[in-house]
Design a protein around this ligand. Sequence first.
Ligand SMILES: Cc1cc2nc3c(=O)[nH]c(=O)nc-3n(C[C@H](O)[C@H](O)[C@H](O)COP(=O)(O)OP(=O)(O)OC[C@H]3O[C@@H](n4cnc5c(N)ncnc54)[C@H](O)[C@@H]3O)c2cc1C
Length: 463
Amino acid sequence: MAIAGDQQAHLIVVIGAGPAGMSVASFMAKAGHEVVILNRDIKFGGLAEYGIFPNKLKLRGGLRKTYWEILERPNVHYFGNVSVGNKKDLTIEDLRGLGASALVFATGAQGTKTIGVEGDSAVGVYHAKDVVYHFNRLPDFAERPFEMGRRVAVIGVGDVMVDIAHWLVQYKRVEQVTAIARRGPLERKYNPKEIRAVCSVIDQDALAKEFARIRPRLEAVGQNPDEILKDMLDEFAKWEPLTSPSKIGFRFLASPRRVLTDGQNRVRALEIEETKLEPKGEDTAAVGLKQYYEFPCDSVVFAVGDRVDETLGLPYKNGVFVTNPSKTNHDPDDALFQAYDEASGKVVDGVFLAGWARKASEGLVGVAKRDGEWCSEVASRYLNAQPARDRNTIDGVVRRLRGLLEERKVLAVDAEGLRLLEKAEQERSPSNDGIGEFKFSSNQEMLAQVRNKRETCKVPAGH
Ligand SMILES: Cc1cc2nc3c(=O)[nH]c(=O)nc-3n(C[C@H](O)[C@H](O)[C@H](O)COP(=O)(O)OP(=O)(O)OC[C@H]3O[C@@H](n4cnc5c(N)ncnc54)[C@H](O)[C@@H]3O)c2cc1C
């Protein structure tokens, strides 16, 4: 429901059109507010479009449908291909100058986490998110070469490792993928459902040998290797079909210390330190044993989580945006959605955080959606205490935004443009790189398609 001429409402700018941002947009639009969405990527969806594994077409399709319904509301204005941040298309100061009632940052976790080991800038060292963006054909990453070689070490044992391994064995057909974990098999992080995608190529003999190798160290902390191995193998009982000559293995109690390179600064091995487990409260911690060995590999992928992009310009500390440390009266955790400036000791007025921008790498699409809803409730309480805007004021904000984008020659793509792009992609046959559908892989191509289609639409029939 768009606001009527005399009705008072608010205009909210949502930065980021992933699951969290779209959830905020949906909530606010349904509440009768006007919503502007600014998104770095031309397409909406964030990691729902460019993160979840390409063959999850049903999940991706369902989310797209939901997001289209949000964009088609008359009180939602979409601007794709608009980056916010220091030295970007628009800065936070620009946004504050527009006169919106609130800004909600749902920009995800665009920074990469490393474990800071020597050699991590060698040729053949990659960050998981970049690889994921590559195989999901996000412009900038789609056409970047990712030379994986024959043997790939993936650091981490979470769901992202599983997706990367899946791509490597099914589409890159590398010889061997090894998941490297500082702790043991009990502390594996992947979801048992996710491992089904690749478990048919997990080398079970090698896994049994790995358990035999680390058995004394598991038993030393009271873990039962036989039970853990059985649980792991039970998870492999349900498997999804996958034909690949590749093998997947695990190396546990292994802390990467250095990336070792050849004369051309290419990866040739990982130097690994053996670890043991030590109890840490209810959990365990890995402790280095100062025994090192070389683990030969041709490439290394760090799948150890993400951090936020500090160049956005929000108060930032240690990989996260700073949120209000004081508890609010309503629900103490509401404060976690409010941006906070430590220098002034104050909440940043009218600025909120949602999804992975608030808590990097936390949970699935459903979690990001719920986070967006919670954030919206917190922002709504703020809005209720603010003077509402009338139609003219709200239209003025949108006009000023368009003016600013035009002045800076930013080629923003609106919902109508996205529909044209979608049509252009659907007219093409799916590419044979495993993503199951056709996707243009550069912004130039996408913008050209939108332009061409718009011009074609303008030509009257019969001409
Ligand atoms: C490899 C991988 C696989 C996954 N698989 C699944 C799965 O199978 N099922 C599932 O439920 N969940 C999955 N997830 C989790 C899910 O993708 C996330 O929970 C969810 O996408 C987080 O939503 P978000 O909106 O916070 O961030 P994102 O999805 O990252 O969205 C951020 C949005 O902000 C925009 N943006 C970024 N920076 C800027 C900027 N400076 N200016 C303007 N816009 C900006 C981006 O363009 C993007 O649209 C997966 C995640 C990963 C990494």
